[in-house]
Design a protein around this ligand. Structure first.
Ligand code: RNT
Ligand code: ZN
Length: 418
């Protein structure tokens, strides 16, 4: 039997099976089709970017591995993303960092970036039916040091305030161009390697810098602020901790970014969703996979990600949650890394959409806790995979592991020649 036919047959059976527990599979398929994921640009080139500045340096972030084939310029990066999109169903977004501007041969410093440096990205995204998101870039610059927006040195702080303000202006131009709000993420690595006796001071400086940055109101962009547990070489203290941004977001009505790799390994990010929804305007997600440290391993279909997706669907909050990815593993085929991570995220949401929620809630309301737990257990092995395969088939993208050989082929023809 041909594979397509098998997939269709399995889907029909799965549909009936789900029907038996009150799940509308067609509705789930409609919803997963609409889920737009913001693909981060930085997995393709190990977060290097395309600046032509003569002095490079400054830490703040680190990709590990040296697998061949890193995208070295804009054309290669675009080509790689176009390849990735061949394996992914649905319409998605693309998330740029300020260092990925189209600067030509010019040395454009961070406090000089303009919307025009991103025009070619806007054109390209429009052609590819992608909407753009954006990030200011505080790391990898001679002025990055340990402190940027929280730096007591006014000249350094002002440099980064100017950069971040300009990044918001770029985001506004992108949002206007694409007629859809561009979401700008603000993450700074600011922290301290060793014990600091000035925790309060740096946080109060960061608050003031943010106030200044956000004093301009825009219509076509939305801000989000991202915390982190710790950074490499900044292990003892992070200025922008979760408490800091949660407090800031709740007080100043800003969206908080939850990067699933930025918490203690036993901390549930899924559990944060319902609280954030009550006290902050919307939520931005950076779906990632932590291993020991915030290592930015490729997202997989882990319990944590499945729980996260379930919490969003259970709260009926897809319209308030923006799903973005964030990982940068330089030790494996980078195109394959994207495909695995995006498809895993889609699977997690599809699974959540297929949960027999009405029945589960009925049990809960009746105090039938054995029945609730039993159905939760059984739901794990309902034939969701048949629905996933059908979703891929219907969208003309590789079914199951078929993409492995296709990615290998792109490697042979393109990335291995770099
Ligand atoms: C770093 C943050 C941040 C970055 C990107 C490149 O720990 O997760 O989101 O990954 O800005
Ligand atoms: Zn992140």
């Amino acid at each position: 039997m041909k594979k397509d036919h098998l997939v269709e047959k399995a889907y029909e059976i799965a549909k009936e099976r789900y029907n038996g527990v009150g799940v509308d599979v067609e509705k789930a398929l409609e919803n997963i089709q609409k889920l737009s994921i913001s693909l981060h640009c930085w997995q393709a080139d190990d977060v290097v970017g395309f600046e032509k500045l003569s002095s490079v340096g400054g830490g703040g972030i680190q990709a590990t591995g040296n697998y061949p084939g890193r995208a070295r310029n804009i054309d290669e990066l675009r080509g790689d993303i176009e390849e990735v999109l061949k394996y992914i169903a649905g319409n998605h977004r693309f998330n740029l960092h300020a260092i990925y501007g189209d600067f030509g041969d010019k040395a454009v410093d961070r406090d000089e970036i303009l919307p025009e440096h991103f025009h070619s990205w806007m054109q390209w995204a429009q052609e590819k039916n992608l909407k753009l998101d954006f990030n200011s870039t505080s790391f990898g610059h001679p002025k990055s040091g340990d402190l940027t927006l929280a730096n007591p040195d006014k000249s350094i702080r002002d440099f980064w305030i100017e950069h971040t303000k300009r990044s918001r202006a770029v985001s506004e131009a992108m949002g206007k161009f694409q007629n859809d709000p561009c979401i700008m993420n603000l993450w700074v690595h600011d922290g301290s390697k060793d014990i600091t006796v000035n925790r309060y001071l740096y946080r109060s400086i960061l608050e003031k810098s943010l106030d200044e940055i956000f004093s301009t109101e825009y219509k076509n962009m939305k801000d989000c602020i991202e915390s982190k547990l710790f950074g490499i070489a900044l292990e003892s203290y992070t200025v922008g901790s979760h408490d800091f941004y949660l407090g800031y977001g709740a007080k100043k009505n800003k969206m908080v970014t939850l990067d699933t790799g930025h918490f203690h390994l036993s901390e549930s990010v899924a559990d944060k969703i319902s609280s954030l929804l009550l006290f902050t305007p919307e939520i931005m997600l950076h779906v990632s996979r932590p291993i020991r440290w915030d290592s930015d391993h490729v997202t997989i279909l882990s319990d944590e990600i499945m729980d996260l997706a379930k919490e969003i669907i259970r709260a009926d909050a897809l319209n308030k949650v923006h799903v973005g990815l964030d990982f940068f593993d330089a030790s494996i085929n980078r195109i394959g890394a994207y495909v695995i991570g995006i498809r895993a995220t889609q699977k997690a949401f599809l699974l959540a959409m297929l949960e027999p929620l009405a029945k589960l809630r009925e049990y809960e309301a009746n105090g039938q806790y054995f029945e609730r737990l039993a159905l939760l257990e059984e739901a794990k092995s309902l034939p969701w995979n048949a629905v996933w395969d059908y979703f891929c088939l219907k969208n003309n993208v590789a079914v199951g592991e078929d993409y492995i050989s296709q990615v290998q082929n792109y490697e042979k023809e393109v990335t291995s020649k770099r």
